[in-house]
Design a protein around this ligand. Structure first.
Ligand SMILES: *Cc1c(COP(=O)(O)O)cnc(C)c1O
Length: 395
C-alpha cells in the first residue's frame, strides 16, 4: 500500500501536524481510512462539513453545476452567486453580500470595507480593534488581527492598523478606542482560541459602545455562523446585530467559499474597490446555495441546538466523573473539553484507536465540532469512546 506519510514528508511543506490517519471516503458523520477502518467524525473538516460528508444535496449541486457552468469571471452576471446573495440577505439582518473563497478572505474584505467607511465617514480612521486569543486567518493582515503570539512572531513586522486587546472586556475596548478607530472585530465565541464563551452582556455592551462612537462592529462568524451555535447566526443568540458579518467554513458544506455581508450603513464599496477572480463562481455558489437552503428549510440549526445541548449535558456528566477534566464549555455543536494536564495529544490518539476523530485544540484541550446533522446516538457513541479513553480502558 502507498505510504502517504512518506510522500507527505518528501513533497509537502511541513506546516501541519497531521493526525496518523489517511482518509479516503466519507458519508454523513462517518469517514473511512485507506485500510477501510471506519471513524465517527467529530472534526467534520474543521467545522466545514455542516451536512456531513457527501450529503446528497451537496453531491447533486456539485454534479449539476459541474455539467452546466463552473466559472465565468465577475465581469459578467452569475445566477448562482446572485441566488446565494439574495438567500443570505433575506435570512439575515444584512442588506448586501460579497462572495469570496475563504474565511480569511472574508475577514480581509470586511476590514477593507471598514477602512473605506473610516475614510469616508470617520475622518480617515483605519484601526481595527481585535482581542487576544482570537483567530481571524493566515494572511499577513489577518495574522496581525489574530492576537496570538505563536501566529504573529514568525512573520513580524506585520501590517499596521490592528490593536489587540484583552478579550471579554468592554473596558479594554473602550481604552483602545481613539480617533483612528474604524471598527471592532470579534468572534461571538472565540473558536480556535479555546472555545471561549464571553459573558452574556459583553457583545451587547460592545454594540452600544460602537454605536456611541459611530464605529463599525464586525462579527467573524466564519466558524460560528450557518447554524453551528444552534441559530443560523451567532449574533442572534446574543441579541445584537453587527454592521458586518463574515462567513465561510460551514456555508459550502465542503466546497471552499466565504462571504461577508453588511448593513446599508456600511455598504460603501464602489466599482473597482474590491474584487476576486474565483470569488462567487457558479460552482461553489450553486453548492453553497443548496447547502444554505437545506440548512434553513430543514431547521439544521435546531438540530445543532438540541443535539448540542445533549452533547453539553453528556460532557458535563463526564466531567463530574473524571477529575482529569477541569472544564467543559461551548454552545450548539462547538465544544471544548479542557484537562488538568497536557494530555490532549494522548487522548486524541487513543480516540483514533477506538474509531473517533476529535481535534486537539491545545496541549490541554480537545474540541468537538461534528457535522450539524449528527444524532443523539452519535453523541452517545462519541462520549462513550471518550469516557473509555479517560477511564484508561484497554482497546
Ligand atoms: C477558520 C477561521 C478563519 C479562517 O478561515 P479560512 O477559511 O481558513 O481562511 C477565520 N476566522 C475564524 C473565526 C475561523 O474559525
Amino acid at each position: 500500500m502507498t505510504n502517504w506519510r512518506e510522500i507527505e514528508k518528501k513533497y509537502y511543506m511541513p506546516t501541519f501536524q497531521r493526525m496518523p490517519v489517511v482518509l479516503v471516503r466519507g458519508q454523513g458523520a462517518r469517514v473511512w481510512d485507506d485500510n477501510g477502518r471506519e471513524y465517527l467524525d467529530f472534526i467534520g473538516g474543521l467545522a466545514v462539513n455542516s451536512l456531513g460528508h457527501c450529503h446528497p444535496v451537496v453531491a447533486k449541486a456539485l454534479a449539476k453545476q459541474g455539467r452546466t457552468l463552473t466559472q465565468t469571471s465577475n465581469l459578467l452576471y452569475s445566477v448562482p452567486q446572485l441566488q446565494l446573495a439574495e438567500l443570505l440577505v433575506k435570512n439575515s439582518c444584512f442588506d448586501k453580500a460579497f462572495i469570496c473563497n475563504s474565511g480569511t478572505e472574508a475577514n480581509e474584505g470586511a476590514v477593507k470595507l471598514a477602512r473605506r467607511y473610516g475614510k469616508l465617514h470617520l475622518d480617515g480612521a483605519y484601526e481595527v480593534i481585535t482581542t487576544f486569543n482570537s483567530f481571524h486567518g493566515r494572511t499577513l493582515a489577518m495574522t496581525a488581527a489574530t492576537a496570538q503570539k505563536k501566529f504573529q512572531e514568525p512573520y513580524t513586522p506585520l501590517p499596521s492598523g490592528f490593536v489587540n486587546v484583552e478579550a471579554n472586556s468592554i473596558a479594554a475596548i473602550r481604552d483602545a478606542t481613539n480617533k483612528r478607530t474604524c471598527a471592532v472585530m470579534l468572534e461571538p465565541i472565540q473558536a480556535e482560541g479555546g472555545v471561549n464563551v464571553p459573558s452574556e452582556d459583553y457583545l451587547k455592551k460592545v454594540r452600544q459602545w460602537c454605536d456611541r462612537k459611530d464605529i463599525l462592529l464586525i462579527l467573524d462568524e466564519v466558524q460560528t455562523g450557518m447554524g453551528r451555535l444552534g441559530s443560523l447566526f451567532g449574533y442572534q443568540l446574543y441579541g445584537i446585530e453587527p454592521d458586518i458579518v463574515t462567513l465561510a467554513k460551514g456555508m459550502g458544506g465542503g466546497v471552499p467559499i466565504g462571504a461577508f455581508l453588511c448593513k446599508k450603513k456600511a455598504d460603501v464599496f464602489k466599482v473597482g474597490e474590491h474584487g476576486s477572480t474565483f470569488g462567487g463562481n457558479p460552482l461553489v455558489c450553486a453548492v453553497a446555495y443548496a447547502v444554505t437552503k437545506y440548512i434553513i428549510e430543514n431547521d439544521v440549526p435546531g438540530n445543532a441546538r438540541r443535539v448540542g445541548g445533549y452533547l453539553g449535558s453528556r460532557l458535563a456528566k463526564l466531567k463530574a466523573k473524571h477529575r482529569s477534566i477541569v472544564d467543559v464549555r461551548g454552545q450548539g455543536l462547538l465544544w471544548a473539553v479542557e484537562f488538568k494536564e497536557d494530555m490532549a495529544e494522548e487522548i486524541m490518539l487513543r480516540c483514533i484507536e477506538k474509531g473517533l476523530l476529535i481535534n486537539k485544540l491545545k496541549p490541554n484541550a480537545i474540541r468537538l465540532i461534528p457535522p450539524l446533522i449528527i444524532t443523539k446516538g452519535d453523541v452517545d457513541e462519541a462520549v462513550g469512546i471518550l469516557g473509555k479513553v479517560l477511564a484508561g480502558e484497554a482497546k
